[in-house]
Design a protein around this ligand. Sequence first.
Ligand code: YXS
Length: 259
Amino acid sequence: MALVIQEVHDNIGVITFNNYERRNALSKAFIGEIRVSLNNLLYEGVRVIIIRAHQGAKVWSAGHDITELERPGRDPLGYYDPLEQVIRAIQSCPVPVIALIEGGVWGGACELAFVCDILIGAPTTSFTITPAKIGIPYNSSGILHLINLCGLGAAKEMFFTAQPVSAERALQLGILNHLVPPEAIENFTFDLARKITQNSPLSVSVIKEQLRILSNALPISPETFERIQGLRRLVWDSEDYIEGKQAFLEKRPPVFKGK
Ligand code: YXS
């Protein structure tokens, strides 16, 4: 069974997640199909891409497939992790990518949504950033995406509490561009997408890349980079990382010891 459904309507590409029995958890296979779909749609000459779960989904995506997280002692979100690769693919995609979001967005799926260019949510939309809940050392580019999107204060609260952020709050924070009733979200999203298809694709594409380059961090020194990596290694070498993943697999709350 295909893990994503790919369609084209009037120069608008649509990628619909189709892995719901796993709550659209971002496994290597699922991410691989998302990336193939992105390339196929670009090859077909679409001018905008919508990424979504099925209509009325209670969960947009449950985040990184926890069963595929790296074994302890290795970076669980390294540069070449499939999730990080699809995130970069969306950022560098030469057409705007719109996230049509109904339902809960968990963990790494938040970052996948956040790097989309426009986020349109419904009242059922929520965002839960989970590394602290599972004992995972998040990656710096992911942290930067969140700071850029909603500011340092909100980013701290979302990372430290690992609690869901509601659609209303996400709109207030600027994470959502629009909050639309469920019965209207489909037409609203396609109407907005259609407006983009009527503009110059070259101008849109170049402005998107300019925005990506200009919104990235100021360069950091090699020593600062190494310090960050050293801090992350403390977490991915920890017993808490093992406990967080084990607790999920055993369907019980984790008991963290801070070591
Ligand atoms: O028990 P079966 O075999 O039916 O499978 C269940 C779940 O185990 C599975 N599933 C997942 N498998 C791997 N990775 C996942 N992230 C994941 N999420 C779910 O899907 C089947 C149905 O799940 P179930 O019964 O729990 O569905 P539900 O509707 O009752 O609850 C939906 C959720 C999303 C509330 C629940 O599945 C859940 O809490 N999932 C975990 C969400 C989460 O903590 N995601 C963070 C993953 S780690 C990550 O993204 C990054 C590394 S980080 O944390 O750093 O951001």
